[in-house]
Design a protein around this ligand. Structure first.
Ligand code: SF4
Length: 351
């Protein structure tokens, strides 16, 4: 625990101790309403500011920043205490903004097409380190309203389940962003998906599916070997039954790998079984991964085929192609010691 946003209201109350009650309100307003680091909360006495700065300095130090030519997508690389680095991405829309945040530094899931997965796992993020990404994004988005939070940055959120769930609850309660505006993604950790279904929250669940048969999915997403597709579909159905919220299946479109007519048919079958919405995502190029994203015309055909089969589908806009857009790529390109990205597969899968 290092970030000031690791401290919840009862921790802050303990910290101000016998001081007048308004001190707690000032501290709370500074940290959570204004999003200020302790040393900038000018309503607090100097001694308290100095103490907090000493014991709980902000965890995120800027290491790199990239912005698209239109200024609508901003990718940040942060250095955390201990030297681990994580990314967050702020996406602007005319009236509002969405931030994509990280839950772990690195990731142990080893998905071959992902720069983060290729570089391996470093450590879990604390609750405060997760919240701090939201706080900073909210300030940077202003005057736009930060309306949506997606846990789709570095790491597998459900591999850091307890901290992510605490962060989700605190985003709802302390930052007053509605549960329905938060989406947690998973590569398909079935026990945690089932637990998530029992949390009583209206948070969105996005499953990174990418393939709808076990052979291909195990190749793209190795954890599929432990939690095969049938189990992932059953857990997705449970989530829908318990929360009433439709699960989304994320599908990174990879040329010649998972964009064939047979893939669309298999995907339609499982999406209908789970009554899931499908998001098709043009794959951002990842260094070290020998395949490329599907061409836009083929993505449209694939989407049409799914629609004809009765599936609700959205083609996601590909943001940030003029920056290091793939997850983990900005970090890979700014390591003090360059990370060697090794392809998990050497040849595209044949028809
Ligand atoms: S795609 Fe997600 S789960 Fe897979 S390695 Fe990358 S960060 Fe981890």
């Amino acid at each position: 625990m290092t970030s000031p946003w690791d401290l919840d209201r009862s921790d802050l109350a303990e910290l101000v101790g016998d001081q007048p009650r308004y001190r707690l309100d000032q501290l709370w307003a500074g940290l959570y309403e204004k999003g200020l680091p302790p040393h900038q909360i000018s309503t607090l006495p100097k001694a308290l500011r100095a103490e907090l700065e000493q014991t709980h300095p902000p965890a995120l130090s800027p290491a790199a920043r990239q912005e698209t030519a239109d200024g609508m997508t901003v990718k940040r690389l942060w250095e955390l205490p201990g030297g681990a680095r994580v990314e967050s991405v702020l996406m602007h829309y005319p009236e509002r903004s969405t931030v994509c945040i990280s839950s772990q530094a690195g990731c142990a899931m080893a998905c071959g097409f992902c720069a983060t997965g290729q570089a391996g796992f470093e450590r879990h993020l604390s609750v405060g380190e997760i919240l701090e990404q939201v706080i900073v994004a909210r300030a940077e988005a202003a005057p736009r309203r930060l309306s949506n939070i997606v846990f789709m940055g570095m790491g597998e959120p459900f591999a850091n389940y307890d901290r992510v769930m605490t962060a989700v609850r605190r985003i709802i309660d302390d930052l007053e962003i509605g549960a329905r505006k938060i989406t947690v993604s998973t590569v398909g950790l079935v026990p945690q998906m089932r637990r998530f279904a029992e949390e009583g929250l209206q948070v969105g669940l996005a499953v990174s599916l990418h393939a709808a048969n076990d052979e291909l999915r195990t190749e793209l997403v190795p954890i599929n070997k432990r939690h095969p597709i049938d189990e992932v579909i059953a857990a997705s159905r449970l989530y829908r039954e318990n929360t009433g919220r439709r699960v989304s299946f994320e599908w990174a479109m990879i040329d010649g790998v998972n964009d064939r007519d047979t893939d669309a048919r298999e995907l339609a079958t499982v999406a209908k079984a789970a009554r899931a919405h499908v998001n098709l995502i043009p794959l951002n190029p990842t260094p070290g991964w020998p395949t490329v994203g599907t061409k836009p015309e083929r993505i449209r055909e694939f989407a049409s085929q799914l629609e004809r089969d009765g599936v609700n589908v959205t083609v996601r806009a590909n943001r940030g192609t003029d920056i290091d857009a793939a997850c983990g790529q900005l970090r890979a390109n700014h390591e003090a010691k360059p990370v060697t990205l090794r392809p998990r597969r050497n040849t595209p899968i044949a028809e």
